[in-house]
Design a binder for this molecule. Structure first.
Ligand code: ZN
Length: 238
């Protein structure tokens, strides 16, 4: 009898641990480092106060590009490409999951060194989507600029995905260190709508591959001769 009770308790504890592991696995911290260099909100850079629509996270070793960047949740890559301010950027749509309170959310990962996904790819929480870098207007250091946007319609598939929210809304369960530093960006563009996939300054991967090296240079693409993406990569869960 005693043995049976101990057995039942053991099974119960196992179930609880599995349940909490699978719940915890639903939302992922996007980087190897938890060093937050700039929070979402108003900030002053070089004497100019502006809204910062995302959260900046530094590299594991400050200044060194190449850390893996992961999707924070299950979703579909809405677009991946080049933006003159964002640099290499990935937009992922997460439609109405219970882990995100049934809100349709788009997450955006900017200034990447490289991209490993493209439009239409299905990703999971923890899927590596690229590496951390300082492309675009991240001239002040290697970091990830992470944004989350609420999509006002039933799915994140319109031009109006412009309602920025604090990424900490979705990443509330993670312990971070806040170290304000210069590993941030200063956008050249004033208007937030310019930071969507519909901006004339954004070129999705599908467009980039059609462009000549000269055209790529003209839009500021840093490595026109090395443009490649792992479109059929098997996604690694880390
Ligand atoms: Zn930022």
């Amino acid at each position: 009898m005693k043995k049976k009770l101990i057995g039942s308790i053991f099974v119960l504890v196992l179930c609880i641990s599995f349940a909490s592991v699978s719940l915890a696995a639903q939302i992922f911290w996007p980087t190897q480092s938890t060093r937050v260099t700039s929070e979402y909100g108003m900030r002053t850079l070089n004497g100019v106060t502006k809204m910062h629509y995302g959260m900046d996270i530094g590299a594991k070793t400050a200044g060194v590009a190449g850390d893996s960047v992961k999707s924070i949740h299950n979703g579909v890559v809405y677009s991946a490409g080049w933006h003159s301010s964002y640099g290499n950027v990935v937009y992922i749509n997460h439609n109405g999951s219970n882990q995100m309170n049934y809100v349709n959310v788009q997450s955006v990962y900017a200034h990447l060194n490289s991209l490993s996904v493209t439009t239409g790819n299905t990703v999971y929480g923890g899927t590596v989507i690229g590496t951390m870098g300082e492309t675009g207007s991240a001239a002040q250091g290697v970091h990830l600029h992470l944004e989350t946007r609420n999509c006002p319609t039933s799915a994140c598939n319109t031009v109006s995905n412009t309602d920025a929210t604090n990424p900490r809304t979705w990443l509330s369960g993670f312990i971070t260190t806040s170290v304000p530093s210069l590993e941030v960006e200063e956008y050249e563009h004033e208007s937030y709508s310019d930071l969507t996939v519909d901006s004339p300054n954004y070129y999705p991967y599908e467009t980039l591959v059609e462009m000549s090296p000269q055209e790529l240079k003209a839009i500021g693409y840093p490595n026109p001769y090395e443009l490649e993406i792992l479109t059929d990569s098997t996604y690694s869960l880390q």
